[in-house]
Design a protein. Structure first.
Lengths: 479, 634
């Protein structure tokens, strides 16, 4: 079963590479919906009491101990759902745009979906690494071909930077492999590997580098704002909504349980680093005028909070991080779509040129407000659940860490409301007076996101019922 | 009454439905229907609350309902659960009761506004949040309501968002509240660490058995930071006067009668914890009296009638915190209730005045309105006299109770509280006489438009005026008789089951003496205010005529400017510095530096590959020699 979910997007991607035409939009959407359907079928058969469901095991490169191991536990299932729900939304969000070579564009998105599904299913180190790199190529091409000005230089930096991190990850995996008793890259063997001394810290540090660059965690974040800003909207959505979660997922599945002995002395410092990043990014977001850039920095702040929660090594931090991955995915996709809507209408993202949009586009204003509230972690929205648990976890780990991380909920309100106020409130100007309210397609996308924001905030237990067992058991491995 | 317990969720759910219906479909419905739906969704909960009120007695002191499991995993379990005990039912009745009146009033007041349906949607959402706040059976549900009301306040202050300043005022309110909210959240975390639960029942029970500790003192202090934000106390009070940018019914409901009293409610709710933290209580008292005096002084030099009322709200809230600080929880709740009556009355009355004056808010442009808008004039008179503490009106009894409790604790604090009360009398009478007496100073056009408000505005005013008169009889002084007269104290008694509220009792002579003293004070103030402020000659000066201390007071002691210099500007500067220096030159500089050094070295290495075969031979030879040497050495 898992195999079908994995390879279906690849098949669809190949079809889209081969056939060119204007119908690519629709076929891509249908493809992604079929994948989502497949995922839902898996969900109905899923038993959250078992750790891994749908296990696939076949030898691959036997001599090196590499095998084709797949399996889905609660955490994995959640990540798959995030991916396979967001991909159709992201594809649908592009329906209003015209672009050249659109079938290649959608093929790349579907290829990316293949890689992402693989990352969240792989139970073998090399297989994981392979899928991890597979995701990089399509997103890089998307940004490099359909991006804005300066895209070549910026995407090159993004590519090299993240590739550089991945290599360290690969080194760490190979080193761990060399320390396994059964010479295998299987997840369980890697968990059991006998790491000590310098090797232990090398593995811990290298894996951190690989995942931290992807998320990104301060100070490895400088590729992010430029890349997010330059990428086409769908690229930014894929990067921020799903791809960065690979890093967080990696920390949970592949880093902390692999070398837990290093955590007591190191995790605390990584938590501090993450918290510095939260405040750092929030302060920068306060005075920017490009809304896409503001949301990019807000993403760094939110992800920093997730990372801090993981490194706080508390169950609340872990459950909160898991929830927040979903919430952040939903909210940030919504926010970047809002940027897209604004930019499409007034050809600028500069706040100083906006104002009064709420008056001419009241429907848009409501959705924008709901997503803003989610992002600001107002109770009964999805953002609150995650941030509340994360802060609780961080606070329990260290009082001052909790308080400093907590200032981000104030700072976040400051910059998010600044964006909202400068763009939506006040009188209209020559640019915004002709701003048309959102059309049907835009309404559907925003409504899906707004409903998710509220439902997840009011009934968060939907998520916890699915993941809490698996998060609990992975968390036990980190202690 | 078991089945009733299972229906508690309906009380907050109804206004939420009202919000959803008016918000989603309000645009297509007529104004009357929108207004009626919204009002019903608040009135029905009022009826339900009243039913609950009559079913609470000595045997049955609370109703409890666990609605659903919000978060559950090994190590944490949070329920959406509600509790209705005397404290919450009292708040519920104030919220839904005054809420209903204000909904009715708004149907008249907002009638010509294009955002009519949105206004009612927000009002319903506010009632929903406020009910969550007071009905929640744990700190988390309370926090939902706590932030929820902050959000509604934001939406309603910025209701007329086309005005840039209003938008700014809304943002300021939300952010100041958020600062307090963080304090509250940290306090809740400490409570969790201490007692391993968010549920009131568990926390208070464990606390009463465990006794005080440093952690508990810090926790109560953090909770109080939350209260400072929500209830506009020093140093987080500056948002409230600016919040007057919202439509006047909002000022009445949210920024006077209900939301701003959330801090009082929260402390009374946590009285077990506060009684175990005497240090925090002292701090609460100090903040309370300082805010009360400070805001009263600023109130003396404000000319916008809504601003005067705003500062008087801040000042009265300070008085309530003072009462909490000396442990007089019941007195604080008593004053909370009477204040809700007469402050809602005053704000709605002010709204009626503004309505009559075609939008004018400056009292210097009014005058002589007493014969023009008779109903408004009479209800306003009652409101003003009630807040001043005129004998037998509601404010007299509640304020007197606080003053007596404060005197028992510390005569010095009593003197300050007495001064604050007198200043309140002065600025309230100043506003009242300047507005309603003397000669009309508005434009010809305004005079032409002068009219009494429609009946859906005046009827709520009359009901509130009635309540402002009789509200005080709910809790008469000890002098009148023990027990029977003190209905409110007795009613609230069950909520203090885990703690003892032992008040220092004053002897009868002192109590009478204090009462006589305040009465004389109030009468004197009213008399001299009448003498001075009814004369046109003693009108408040124009802004440019002010100098010295007067100017400082009129500019609210420049506190906004101070905050701007101390916090806003430095943080903005820091943002720029972080981005331009640390980010661009520092971190990204290093990253790009690594990149370009790699490129540089690759360019260098590339020079070796020049296709000249002699060079290659040379390199080969050197390498071979080098390897041999290495071999020899090792």
């Amino acid at each position: 079963m898992a195999i079908i979910l994995l390879f279906l997007p690849l098949l669809f991607a190949l079809i889209h590479f081969l056939f060119k035409g204007d119908f690519a939009k629709k076929t891509a959407l249908i493809s992604s919906l079929i994948v989502l359907g497949c995922n839902i079928v898996l969900l109905t058969q899923f038993d959250s009491n078992h750790s891994f469901n749908f296990i696939e095991h076949s030898p691959w490169i036997h001599d090196l101990g590499i095998s084709f191991d797949l399996g889905i536990d609660g955490l994995g299932m959640l990540m798959l759902l995030l991916t396979n729900v967001l991909v159709p939304v992201i594809i649908y969000s592009s329906f209003g745009d015209e672009r050249k070579n659109s079938s290649v564009f959608y093929a790349l998105i579907l290829l990316m979906q293949f890689g992402l599904n693989g990352v969240f299913m792989a139970l073998d180190g090399i297989l994981f690494y392979m899928f991890w790199e597979i995701t990089l190529i399509p997103i890089w091409l998307i940004c490099a071909f359909w991006g804005a000005e300066d895209r070549i230089k910026i995407t090159m930096k993004f590519f090299i930077y993240t590739f550089f991190g991945s290599l360290f990850m690969l080194l760490a995996l190979i080193f761990t492999y060399s320390q396994t008793s059964d010479h295998s890259f299987a997840l369980q063997s890697l968990y059991n590997a006998n790491l000590s001394g310098t090797g232990l810290y090398f593995v811990y540090g290298s894996l951190f580098l690989g995942f931290a660059i992807k998320m990104p965690v301060f100070p490895f974040h400088t590729w992010q704002p430029d890349t997010y800003t330059t990428s086409p909207t769908q690229g930014t959505m894929l990067l921020s909504g799903i791809m960065l979660k690979m890093g967080i997922y990696g920390v949970m599945r592949w880093m902390l349980p692999l070398a837990p002995e290093a955590s007591p002395s190191v995790a605390k410092w990584l938590m501090i680093l993450s918290i510095i990043g939260i405040v750092y990014a929030s302060i920068i977001a306060l005075q920017k005028n490009d809304i896409k850039r503001i949301f990019a920095y807000s993403s760094i702040a939110h992800v920093g909070m997730i990372a801090a929660g993981l490194f706080s090594l508390s169950i609340d931090g872990w459950q909160g991080a898991t929830f927040q991955m979903i919430a952040h995915g939903v909210n940030i996709v919504g926010l970047f779509f809002i940027v897209h809507i604004i930019e499409k209408r007034i050809q600028t993202r500069d706040l100083t040129h906006m104002g009064g949009i709420a008056k001419v586009a009241p429907k848009f204003a409501v959705f924008f407000m709901i997503i803003t509230l989610g992002s600001m972690a107002v109770p009964l929205t999805d953002g609150f659940v995650g941030e509340f648990l994360l802060l609780k976890g961080i606070y329990n780990a260290h009082m001052w860490a909790g308080i400093i991380a907590g200032t981000s909920i104030i700072l976040c309100a400051v910059y998010m409301l600044r964006v909202y106020q400068l763009s939506m409130f006040g009188e209209t100007n020559s640019l915004t007076s002709t701003f048309t309210d959102i059309n049907m397609q835009e309404t559907i996308v925003l409504a899906i996101i707004a409903i998710l924001v509220l439902v997840l905030g009011i009934f968060p237990n939907i998520i916890f019922e699915l993941v809490n067992n698996s998060v609990q058991s992975i968390f036990q491995l980190t202690l | 009454m078991k089945h009733m317990e299972q229906l508690l969720y309906l009380i907050p759910l109804l206004p939420f439905l009202g919000f959803a219906i008016t918000g989603l479909f309000g645009k297509t419905l007529s104004k009357t229907i929108v207004g009626s739906i919204a009002t019903t969704m608040v009135f029905v909960p009022f009826v339900l609350s009243t039913l609950l009120f009559f079913n609470l007695n000595h045997e049955h002191t609370e109703f409890y309902q666990n609605v659903y499991n919000w978060i559950h995993y090994a190590g944490l379990n949070i329920n959406i659960s509600f509790i209705v005990d005397p404290l919450s039912v009292m708040m519920m009745m104030i919220i839904t009761g005054i809420g209903t009146l204000i909904h009715i009033y708004s149907m008249g007041y907002m009638h010509d506004d294009e955002g009519f349906y949105k206004f009612f949607a927000y009002l319903n959402l506010f009632i929903f949040s406020m009910l969550l706040l007071v009905m929640g059976a744990n700190f988390i549900v309370m926090f939902f309501g706590w932030e929820g009301v902050g959000l509604c306040s934001y939406l309603l202050i910025g209701f007329w968002f086309k005005n840039k300043d209003y938008g700014k005022a809304a943002r300021k309110a939300f952010i100041m509240n958020r600062i307090g909210d963080l304090g509250l959240l940290i306090g809740i975390f400490i409570i969790w660490n201490q007692y391993g639960s968010f549920e009131y029942a568990d926390v208070f029970k464990s606390a009463s058995m465990g006794g005080g500790s440093t952690a508990l003192t810090i926790a109560t202090f953090c909770l109080f930071i939350g209260a400072m934000g929500k209830s506009a106390q020093i140093p987080l009070y500056t948002w409230l006067p600016d919040a007057m940018a919202g439509p006047t019914p909002v000022s009445a409901l949210i920024h006077a009668a209900t939301m701003v009293t959330a801090g009082i409610y929260m402390i009374v709710r946590s009285s077990v914890l506060y009684n175990l933290s005497p240090d925090t209580l002292h701090f609460v008292a100090i903040i309370g009296i300082s805010t009360s005096l400070f805001a009263a002084v600023i109130g003396l030099r404000q000319n916008d009638i809504k601003k005067v009322l705003a500062y008087s709200t801040v000042s009265q809230l300070g008085l309530m915190f003072l009462a909490l600080g000396v442990g007089a929880y019941t007195s604080a709740m008593f004053h909370l209730m009477t204040h809700a009556f007469f402050k809602a009355l005053l704000f709605l009355g002010a709204g009626s005045v503004i309505h009559a004056m075609s939008g004018e808010q400056d009292m210097r442009r009014m005058g002589g309105l007493k014969d023009k808008i008779k109903i408004t004039y009479w209800v306003f008179t009652i409101g003003t006299f009630a807040i001043c503490g005129f004998p037998i009106l509601s404010g007299f009894f509640s304020k007197d109770e606080i003053l007596a409790a404060v005197f028992a604790e510390s005569p010095f604090l009593w003197v300050l509280a007495f001064i604050s009360s007198m200043i309140t009398g002065i600025y309230m009478c100043r506003m009242y006489f300047v507005t309603f007496y003397g000669s009309f100073r508005g434009t010809k056009e305004q005079e032409h438009h002068l009219h009494e408000s429609p009946s859906n505005m005046t009827i709520p005013l009359m009901i509130l005026a009635f309540l402002s008169v009789v509200g005080g009889f709910l809790n008469l002084p000890h002098l009148v008789g023990e027990g029977a007269a003190q209905k409110l104290a007795e009613f609230l008694h069950p909520i203090f089951k885990y703690t003892s509220v032992s008040m220092l009792e004053l002897d009868e002579t002192t109590e009478i003496a204090l009462m006589v003293l305040t009465t004389i004070g109030v009468l004197t103030v009213i008399y001299f205010s009448y003498k001075i402020y009814t004369k046109d000659a003693s009108l408040p000066k124009e802004d440019h005529e002010l100098k010295g201390l007067e100017k400082v007071i009129a500019h609210k002691f420049y506190i906004d400017e101070l905050y701007d210099t101390l916090f806003v500007k430095p943080i903005t500067w820091l943002g720029g510095f972080t981005h331009n220096i640390i980010e661009k030159r520092g971190i990204d500089g290093i990253v790009n530096g690594i990149g370009s050094s790699v490129r540089f070295s690759s360019t260098m290495v590339r020079l070796l590959q020049n296709g000249n075969i002699e060079y290659y031979y040379l390199g080969l030879t050197i390498a071979i020699v080098f390897i041999f040497i290495l071999k020899l050495i090792l």
